[in-house]
Design a protein around this ligand. Structure first.
Ligand SMILES: [Zn+2]
Length: 296
C-alpha cells in the first residue's frame, strides 16, 4: 500500500504550478463515500491532483472527522494527491473546527457581510490559522470570497437574490481585501453563480473584469459556482488567472440522475451498491470532462 498524505506545503506549490502552466485544478464537493471514490477514480485515471470539498452542510451530514478520514484513506489507496478543503465556512468557530480536524484549506465566506465586516472576519481567521501553523508546523491555506454569488449548489428557477452586475468584485477592492486579510487564495465574483438555472443558460462570465483583477493581484484565483458555465468561459477564465475551479451542482445532478434512472428501470432494487454505482458512473463522466478541460 502506498502512503501519501500530501502536506499543504505542496498544495500551494501545485496550485501555483498549475497557474503558471495555464491550467486549473478541479475542486469537487462530496456528501458521501460514493462521490469521494468517483472523484478519486477519475483523478487517478487522468493522473491529476484534485481537491475534494465539503461545505458546512456536507460536513454536518458526513461528520467533520469522517470526511478527513475518508480523504486520508483515499490518499493511501490512490497514487495522486487528493487535498481536502473546508468549503464555505461562515464563522471563526467553524474555521477552528476544520483546522483542528486537519483539513488542508478552508474558505472563509463573509461575502454576504458588509465589506468591513467581511475583512474583519477573514482577518481573524487568517490570524488564527497562522498561529495554528506556528504551533504545529502544518500549513493550512485560507481562501476568501468577495462579491456575492449566492450560497446554494442547487437547481434554481432564477438567479439568487443579491447576485447582480453591481456586486461583481472590483480590482481596487480585491487588492485592498487581499492586502488587509493576508489570504492565500481569492475567489472573485465575475459573473459566476452558485447553482444552475433550470430553464435557462447560466450567465456568461465577465472575463474582462477577471483580467483587470488578475492584473492587480498576484495570488491564485478560484472560480466558484462554475456549474453551468460554458467550456469556452472556463478556458478563458483559466487563461486569465483562475487556478482552481469549483463544480458541485453539475456532479450532484449527474449522481442523482444516475441513481434515478437506474431505479426507474429497476424499481425493486434495494442494494445501495447497485444504484450507487450508477450514480458514480454518471458523475464520473462530468468529473472526467471537467478535468480534461482544465488540463487543456
Ligand atoms: Zn462556492
Amino acid at each position: 500500500m502506498k502512503t501519501l498524505t500530501p502536506q499543504s506545503e505542496q498544495y500551494l506549490d501545485i496550485i501555483n504550478e498549475y497557474k503558471k502552466n495555464g491550467k486549473a485544478i478541479a475542486h469537487f464537493n462530496i456528501s458521501n463515500l460514493d462521490q469521494a471514490r468517483a472523484i478519486a477514480d477519475v483523478a487517478q485515471e487522468l493522473n491529476q491532483p484534485v481537491i475534494i470539498g465539503a461545505s458546512e452542510g456536507e460536513r454536518e451530514y458526513m461528520g467533520i472527522d469522517m470526511v478527513r478520514t475518508i480523504v486520508n484513506e483515499l490518499n493511501q489507496e490512490y497514487d495522486v494527491a487528493i487535498f481536502l478543503n473546508a468549503d464555505h465556512t461562515y464563522t471563526l468557530e467553524k474555521v477552528i473546527e476544520v483546522v483542528e480536524a486537519g483539513y488542508d484549506s478552508v474558505i472563509v465566506d463573509g461575502a454576504k457581510l458588509p465589506y468591513e465586516e467581511n475583512v474583519a472576519l477573514v482577518k481573524s481567521c487568517v490570524d488564527y490559522v497562522r498561529s495554528y501553523e506556528a504551533k504545529t508546523g502544518k500549513r493550512v491555506l485560507v481562501e476568501a470570497e468577495l462579491g456575492y454569488i449566492g450560497q446554494s449548489s442547487s437547481l434554481n428557477t432564477a438567479l439568487p437574490e443579491g447576485v447582480s452586475e453591481a456586486n461583481l468584485t472590483t480590482p481596487v477592492q480585491a487588492k485592498d481585501f487581499i492586502l488587509r486579510t493576508g489570504v492565500d487564495m481569492f475567489a472573485p465574483a465575475v459573473g459566476n453563480v452558485h447553482g444552475m438555472l433550470i430553464d435557462a443558460e447560466n450567465p456568461r462570465l465577465h472575463i474582462d473584469r477577471l483580467k483587470e483583477i488578475t492584473a492587480t493581484v498576484d495570488i491564485p484565483l478560484v472560480l466558484h459556482g462554475a456549474s453551468g458555465n460554458t467550456d469556452q468561459d472556463l478556458l478563458d477564465a483559466i487563461d486569465n488567472g483562475i487556478a482552481i475551479i469549483h463544480i458541485n451542482t453539475e456532479i450532484r445532478k449527474a449522481f442523482r440522475d444516475g441513481e434515478m434512472n437506474y431505479l426507474e428501470a429497476h424499481p425493486n432494487e434495494v442494494a445501495p451498491y447497485k444504484f450507487g454505482k450508477e450514480g458514480q458512473e454518471e458523475m464520473k463522466k462530468v468529473v472526467r470532462a471537467k478535468m480534461l478541460l482544465y488540463m487543456k
